[in-house]
Ligand binder design. Sequence first.
Ligand code: ZN
Length: 309
Amino acid sequence: MPRLPRYTPSGRTTALFFVMAIVVAALAALVAWPYQRLVTWVPFIYINAVVYLVFAFVVAVCAMAAIKIGRNRNRMLGAIVGAVIGASAIGASHWFAYRHAIAEVTAELPAGAEDSPEVQAAMDEALTFGTYVRARVDTGWSLGRSGSSGKGDLTGLFVWLIWGIEALGVIGAAAYVGSQVEPFCEACGTWMKEREVWVRTDLDAASASALAHVVSADELLRPPVARDAPSRVKVAYTTYVCPTCASPGYVTLEKRWDEAMGDGRPSAAPIKYETKKETLLEVVELSRAQLAQLDAARGQAEAQPPPST
Ligand SMILES: [Zn+2]
């Protein structure tokens, strides 16, 4: 079955992207400092989980900034750079934890001793990063009150497991964000402008779903319209258009509908709805004339009186 042409990234990148990769990797490492301080300081695991999610999100935003500013259109390269940015953040987080452990040991020393170069040298030799990691794995974390031995409930393999999950989440999220490429105008060397131009409510569920299988721009632009009843589905059109030249643009179609939450059993409580979304078509190419037709169809639909209930 023939398919409508879709946006395919050129695979090109810029020298600026490599500069941005280094700058952003350093930035992500800095973000690891407040993250590490917070998870060490806060004793509640749920709050730590939220702090972790915020950290992963900020690192992913850093990766996205590198892609956008560096104008990278190479998915593979973007994923690798994203993973490096994530690894930089995770590595820095462990490094800050190590430096903090050294600072705590130093604080225990008699006054003035930490200024002595001999003491410094002895400490550096005794407390290497490797020693710190082994000690951390042995001590682990406590759930609730810790025992008199100072040893937690989660030690050894658990520590490696939690560190592994922590690392995979941050690196995976940054790599995923890095691999995302939105439409870019190769003629002008600029990102296309993304805009949700229309959320139409004049299609019934069947013709909305059928949009996922259209094979011509004509079918895409003129789906059969249901005029008699208000529809329960919406179809959102998001366009990508070059801000400076007249090269073809792209459109993404998303179906949205409300679904009742809960298990379906009758209940006295008011029914809650959640909005579901499904992408019907993704970055399908449309000429400027076809984009203008879409705009005209929107104008026409909005001029129609709303369907009566
Ligand atoms: Zn252009």
